[in-house]
Design a protein around this ligand. Structure first.
Ligand SMILES: Nc1ncnc2c1ncn2[C@@H]1O[C@H](COP(=O)(O)OP(=O)(O)OP(=O)(O)O)[C@@H](O)[C@H]1O
Length: 667
């Protein structure tokens, strides 16, 4: 395979700031609040758990000569009304609120988090069930329930806090569900699924790490709340009984001496307050360091439909799509009657204006449609096998190994949490069954194959350290890890600058030439299509209006929409005169659900007649391809061309530059 030289613009960015987790210091520790919160919590936990080893006095030991004493060398925090050492009692008492709050968190997240992940993954049906169940939990009066439990089991704070954890899990679930749903819509989660990862591993490796910040913030806040609840229960007399120490009871004891010994309230109150504030400061610091949310792409899911009964029309085709329809569940059709075929080693371009259904068509090939959108009819035959109706598990076996995908936003398609090596080695090991060392060698080779000269350095890089072009090369390498035979490229060059675009296109061409890969490329750019495609399917308002070889469609367009698109294309072939004015297409693409009867392009078409708005008859094939226009033969015989719309019609300047009238067909 040829190695393409890198443009300077495509080099690894020179001034990357490695993410905090790489430098060994978590980002929240760069904030004073984070440092204080973490330091105090570590201190209080360690000091409380080890108190029996270092405390100067036993918790019941009384210094009767020194009751209600102020701090001194003997008693650093002073003494209580019975002359007991406050320092020893406060730190000994710490383990109960700290551990029972931790238990509450464990239970709350242990239930809420997996439920949220499950609901986010399984879609609306499961989500409805889990959400309704958690709503029941949320409706229970927590305080009354806790007091009732204490009435039954006594002042046992560990089980009480565990039950509180169950109640709080409903709130945890609700927060985590929103986050999990949003994370699952990110392109790198799709990329992981495309790379054949099962749902458990997608959750563990990609969804959970991206939720870590929110989990940490929530946990820190709930921990502080848990401490206050334990202290409050002990204050009310539902904690450990005398002589065992507890923060809540010590505060209650001190409140009886507010006037004769006000100091008594300070040590226990301060330690409790500092611990709660530390938990909240830590939460704020973690939340503050969280990066701005990345753009959200759409989630994909397929509702199985019965596959159409089809026999291959083109025996040489590796991919044959026939009469494909995609629709919003209980909503409008987004794509209807789409048919095309693709042979091995050829590139098919899906082209059209924004909103014509190109992406929906391409994504349906991999079963990666957005949530709530599904294939509603037709057939997708891949190497003779029907893909429509396959289960998620069966599709997982196809994705990555047979059909892979690259998207238009390479930066979003790579997981920012992991190095390039990590992101390549995992799929390589899974797809090719090799060890870590060999997988790394293959990863470097793949990077070199996609034109990355300095593969070792890129392997060690993180996505934010790569330029857009470099990231797209990595995405292409990632797509090749499973040695697929079909690559779906959704606007692969849209996010790149022109020079890098050309490099990525020539890379794709080289891959097709050298490996026999077939490619479906989605683009609104006719220049890209002309550059790389062998075959073209022009889409308008959810339907293919013209298809055929790129040469036939682009050099001699038959459908008025194709003519209009070409007339509006700013690319001018070499040697041809630059037109005085680009043709424009009046109006906009009608949205799904508002498609007119008959020809969907009629209202914008220069050649439309009344008959164009009548329901379509079945149209015969036109040459080697197809044209969805009932006037196609008339237009061809009249050698019709799409006229440029006069700009500011009627002005002298326009009149001066107006092109000579072109041959047209009377309306
Ligand atoms: N999740 C969704 N739910 C409902 N409708 C959707 C959804 N996603 C896209 N659509 C609609 O489906 C139609 C086709 O969208 P699609 O993304 O396939 O168009 P496209 O031709 O690829 O355009 P673009 O280049 O802008 O992505 C559009 O009208 C769009 O608004």
């Amino acid at each position: 395979m040829s190695v393409l030289p890198l443009d300077a613009a495509d080099e690894v960015a020179t001034e990357p700031v490695p993410p905090a987790h790489r430098r060994g210091v978590p980002g929240f520790l760069r904030r004073p609040g984070g440092v204080f919160g973490a330091a105090w919590l570590v201190f209080i936990v360690v000091a409380s758990l080890t108190a029996p080893l270092w405390r100067p006095y036993e918790v019941t030991e009384q210094d009767t000569a020194n009751r209600l004493a102020l701090p001194s060398a003997d008693h650093w925090f002073g003494t209580d009304p019975l002359g007991r050492d406050l320092l020893s009692r406060i730190f000994t008492a710490g383990s109960l609120p700290l551990l029972s709050s931790a238990l509450m968190l464990l239970v709350a997240f242990g239930i809420g988090l997996p439920l949220a992940l499950l609901a986010a993954e399984r879609g609306r049906k499961v989500e409805r069930i889990t959400s309704r169940s958690t709503e029941v939990l949320m409706a229970l009066p927590a305080t009354i329930l806790l007091l009732a439990v204490i009435g039954v089991i006594g002042n046992k704070l560990y089980p009480v806090m565990a039950i509180l954890g169950v109640l709080i899990s409903a709130a945890v679930y609700r927060v985590m569900l929103g986050v999990a749903q949003s994370v699952r819509q990110r392109l790198y989660v799709d990329a992981a699924r495309v790379n054949g990862l099962g749902s458990l591993r997608v959750n563990l490796l990609h969804v959970l790490p991206s939720m870590a910040t929110v989990v940490a913030v929530q946990a820190a806040q709930l921990f502080g709340i848990g401490l206050l609840i334990v202290a409050g229960l002990a204050f009310l007399g539902f904690g450990p009984g005398e002589p065992d120490p507890s923060w809540g009871f010590m505060i209650q004891d001190a409140s009886g001496h507010l006037f004769d010994a006000p100091w008594l309230l300070v040590p226990s109150g301060l330690v409790l307050a500092l611990t709660v504030v530390a938990a909240n400061e830590l939460a704020d610091a973690i939340a503050g360091k969280a990066k701005a949310e990345r753009p959200v792409a759409r989630r994909r899911k397929r509702t199985p439909v019965a596959p159409a009964d089809t026999a291959p029309a083109d025996p040489g085709a590796v991919l044959e799509v026939r009469d494909l329809s995609v629709a919003v569940d209980d909503g409008p059709q987004l794509v209807t009657g789409v048919s095309f075929a693709l042979r091995r080693g050829r590139v098919l371009g899906l082209v059209g204006e924004s909103g014509c259904g190109k992406t929906m068509t391409a994504r349906s090939l991999m079963g990666l449609l957005p949530d709530g959108v599904s294939v509603s009819g037709g057939s997708i035959r891949w190497q003779g096998r029907e893909l429509v109706g396959l289960s998620e598990k069966e599709l997982t076996a196809v994705r990555g190994r047979e059909i892979a995908m690259i998207s238009q936003e390479p930066m979003v398609a790579l997981d920012p949490m992991f190095s390039i090596a990590y992101q390549l080695v995992g799929p390589i090991r899974r797809f090719r069954g090799v060890g870590r060392g060999e997988a790394r060698t293959i990863a470097a080779e793949l990077l070199r194959n996609v034109g990355i000269v300095d593969a070792e350095r890129v392997l060690k890089s993180y996505p934010h350290q790569l330029s857009g072009g470099m990231a797209q090369r990595v995405c292409i390498a990632l797509a090749l890890t499973g040695q697929p035979e079909l690559l779906i490229a959704d606007e692969p060059t849209t996010a790149l600058d022109v020079t890098v675009q050309a490099e990525i296109l020539s890379l794709l061409r080289a891959l097709v030439r050298d490996t026999g890969l077939s490619v479906v490329i989605v683009s609104h750019d006719l220049g890209v299509v002309a550059d790389i495609c062998d075959d073209v399917a022009v889409m308008y308002a959810g339907a293919v209006v013209e298809s055929g070889t790129a040469a036939a469609v682009l050099d001699d367009p038959s459908h008025p929409y194709t003519m209009a698109l070409l007339g509006a294309n700013p690319h001018v072939p070499e040697g041809e005169p630059v037109p005085l004015r680009l043709a424009s297409i009046p109006g906009t693409v009608p949205p799904p659900g508002s498609w007119p009867t008959g020809c969907r392009f009629a209202s914008r078409c220069q050649f439309a007649q009344e008959k164009c708005t009548a329901p379509f008859p079945a149209l015969p094939a036109h040459g080697s391809g197809s044209v969805l226009c009932i006037r196609v033969d008339e237009l061809a015989s009249a050698q019709a061309t799409w006229d440029a719309e006069p700009v500011g019609a009627g002005t002298p300047a326009d009149a001066a530059v107006a092109p000579a009238p072109t041959a047209g067909v009377s309306r």
